[in-house]
Design a protein around this ligand. Sequence first.
Ligand code: HMG
Ligand code: MG
Length: 308
Amino acid sequence: MSGPRIVEVGPRDGLQNEATLLPPEIRAELVDRLAACGLTYIETGAFVSPKWVPAMAGSAEVFAAVKRRPGVTYAALTPNLQGFGAALAAKATEVAVFASASESFSLKNINCSIADSLERFVPVMDAASTAGLQVRGYVSCVLGCPYEGAVDPGKVAGVAAALTQAGCYEISLGDTIGVGTAAAARALVLRVSRDIPAAQLAVHVHDTYGQALANIAACLDLGIASIDTSVAGLGGCPYAKGATGNVATEDVVYFLQSQGLARQLDLPGLAQTGGWISSQLARANASRAGRAILSKAGSGEVAAHGEP
Ligand code: HMG
Ligand code: MG
């Protein structure tokens, strides 16, 4: 059993909001270390305006420096045709577009309305189809918006359906500010999967209120395709003040492996990588499992369900 795919977003969603800006060679090393742990989908960078998100400047250099492994998808976030062109030139192997379920967040994040953003993606989808690249779609603010508060699940389903109709093969449901709880997350996936099969849905949860893993657990039996995670729980969103990073990859893998899933992933290696990138950023490692594994490794003990 392998269970849902892990989509590692640390090098993009994670690093985009860190106070320390890392040079491309360190970002590429992060990608390489993650791939060496068995991850097969790594969001490697973003071709967005460097004025808007300075931490993602140099994404072309990151892509150029990565030592490509067969079977690994190196994806890029692309807000418009200009970003898509740059991603294609950098040999990204997949791209992602991102819309919001909240009008206010859409304006703050990409400077246009939801409807305009969906229109802006049409030429990106066309160009991706011509280039033979798959496109993943994100919907942000699915369980709450920093500017509007509660978000109607029906609105999320509408934006997700629009992205699917435009050609996205998978929709990642983003709790951008990490306010969701288990019951709401499950209800949302059930609502969206009335229109889109759960096998085309991903959950992308930030851990602001410490609910991320509980939210994933609540959705695991619904047949979701992917779980987005970030090593060491890096990051946040530049347009969502106070939002913390994504759920940590190590925490999710520890949880999945206890159920016989994701066994192909090297959990001690992920913990090492989380510790390494945290020290590069001079920040605390936000992965509880990562910290536990690293401290047990130091003392020679083993983790609870037998992982070294
Ligand atoms: P704009 O200012 O409205 O765009 O920004 P514009 O078309 O008027 O262009 C203005 C300038 O930006 C021009 O340069 C363009 O060349 C340049 P100037 O002439 O002033 O020198 N430009 C670009 N530069 C590099 N790459 C590009 C690009 N496009 C235009 N692709 C834009 C519109 C979308 C570009 C801007 O708003 C932007 O880059 N926003 C970044 C948003 C972002 O990256 N947010 C974080 C990621 S989303 C997220 O984290 C949520 C997610 O994780 C899911 C979740 O958690 O829910 C996915
Ligand atoms: Mg995010």
